[in-house]
Design a protein around this ligand. Structure first.
Ligand code: KE4
Length: 434
């Protein structure tokens, strides 16, 4: 595959942008090589600046559940732009998006729109702290909730000591209010509650982990979190930035039947434009300014173009049969990958929840973050590049989710599985060669 223009653009970008990218995971740092510069997308496919065509399973990291350049989304953005791109004042569409979100996710009695998943998560935590008048927050190793300082934290030395920064520039004083537990391990959560009792404001969790690769909640894990949090007077926050409108129209809370106190959304609700949201029961959300003492604001929050794209996306998603189609396509892909791996004797554990999935290069099981980290990232890198060469664009990291859209077809899945057979043969050959 020839990529001279991408290479030239990457050299230019590196002279102007840190690492040549506006978000680190795009750099191909986890798989090697240089990133492709994309020129356009349509449906399930993207084209790079050198004209190479790919079936896309990144989908902008989740938002493009309808596929690229969906006619309704493009029309909504065009119509909004023609009437003015932003007002910094309430607009009718914001009410419509809030209503669509509330109807889909009834636990979100009040919804505040923001501009990203990061803003949604940091605001949800601030609301929980304001409501409970407590400071500490429990998160899980391997879960990612955006780049707010207090969330770039990993487990401290002891099992129940406060967190330590996982990024330069985060003062230890910010990290020490964050406690880190193990995903799918309720005992680690209970130990933190026993140690910190009434100091904990909230537990924040990805109800289906997506940022360690896709790791579903173990049976009883989410309900156990809710029961533990409420037993100690803390709130449960579901970070549904990925899972919201992805794993079901009502998100993971609908799929698993566990209701959080606050929900964070992003990605799909913006249809590819910058939208995040957080919301919960009226009693909690009435702490948010201008109703209450917790401050949170944003110049472009509820922006007409982004909200228009989000409304068009949710209107399409709520139509009959949309999630059944996503389920069929994703199930077909998962089974094809498993069969191809068996054909080539490559250890592969495929996790899937709805239309998000991850093939772990590991014999498994993969239940915890520690399990996920055992995956063979070298094998994933070999697989990634072999798939790219065969026209399939995957997340450039073993620890991310693949996303399908309503624009993918059974023919796309068949082409992807066929490419995977070659790519897995390459993985096997590399493994044998040692
Ligand atoms: P943003 O601020 O990137 O819109 O959302 C942050 C966020 C919050 N919560 C969850 C569960 C998330 O997955 C994310 C962001 N996801 C990453 C990919 N795993 C976005 C890709 C990137 O960082 O470039």
């Amino acid at each position: 595959m020839k990529t001279p223009l991408s290479r030239s653009l990457f050299a230019q970008a590196q002279a102007l942008i840190p690492g040549g990218v506006n978000s680190p995971v795009r750099s191909f740092g986890a798989v090697g090589g240089q990133p492709l510069f994309l020129h356009r997308g349509h449906g399930a496919r993207v084209w790079d600046v050198d004209g190479n065509e790919f079936i896309d399973f990144v989908g902008s990291w989740g938002p493009l559940i309808l596929g690229h350049a969906h006619t309704d989304v493009v029309a909504a953005v065009r119509a909004a732009a023609g009437k003015g791109t932003s007002f910094g004042a309430p607009t009718p569409r914001e009410v419509e998006l809030a209503r669509l979100i509330h109807e889909a996710v009834p636990s979100m009695e009040l919804v505040r729109l923001v501009n990203s998943g990061t803003e949604a998560a940091m605001s949800a935590i601030r609301a929980a702290r304001a409501y409970t008048r407590r400071s500490k927050v429990i998160k899980f190793a391997g879960c990612y909730h955006g780049h707010a300082d207090g969330l770039l934290v990993e487990a401290g030395s002891g099992a129940i000591t406060h967190g330590v920064p996982s990024s330069a520039g985060v003062p230890p004083s910010y990290a020490q209010e964050t406690l880190v537990a193990e995903y799918n391990d309720l005992a680690t959560v209970e130990r933190l509650f026993q140690a910190y009792q009434q100091e904990i404001a909230a537990v924040i969790v990805e109800p289906v982990a997506g940022n360690m690769g896709v790791v579903p909640p173990a049976a009883g894990f989410l309900a156990g979190l809710r029961d533990l949090a409420h037993a100690y007077g803390a709130l449960l926050i579901f970070d549904e930035v990925i899972t919201g409108f992805r794993v079901a129209y009502g998100g993971a809370q609908a799929l698993y039947g566990v209701t959080p106190d606050i929900t964070c959304l992003g990605k799909v609700i913006g249809g590819g434009l910058p939208v995040g949201a957080y919301g919960g029961c009226r009693e909690v959300m009435e702490v948010v300014s201008p109703l209450g003492p917790m401050y949170q604001a944003g110049t472009l929050s509820g922006n007409p173009l982004a909200v228009g794209a989000g409304v068009a996306t949710l209107r399409e998603l709520r139509k009959e049969g949309r999630y059944e189609l996503l389920e069929r396509l994703a199930s077909s892909l998962a089974h094809g990958l498993v069969e191809a791996a068996q054909e080539h004797d490559v250890p592969l554990t495929v996790h899937r929840v709805g239309s998000m999935l991850t093939p772990f290069f590991s014999a498994g099981p993969v239940v915890t973050y520690a399990d996920a980290r055992q995956a063979d990232t070298g094998a994933y890198a070999t697989f990634f590049h072999a798939m790219l060469e065969r026209g399939v664009y995957l997340p450039p990291s073993q620890f991310e989710a693949w996303f399908l859209s309503l624009a993918h077809t059974e023919a796309d899945i068949a082409q992807t599985v066929q490419a995977a057979r070659f790519a897995l043969a390459a993985v096997r050959a590399a493994s044998v060669a040692g």
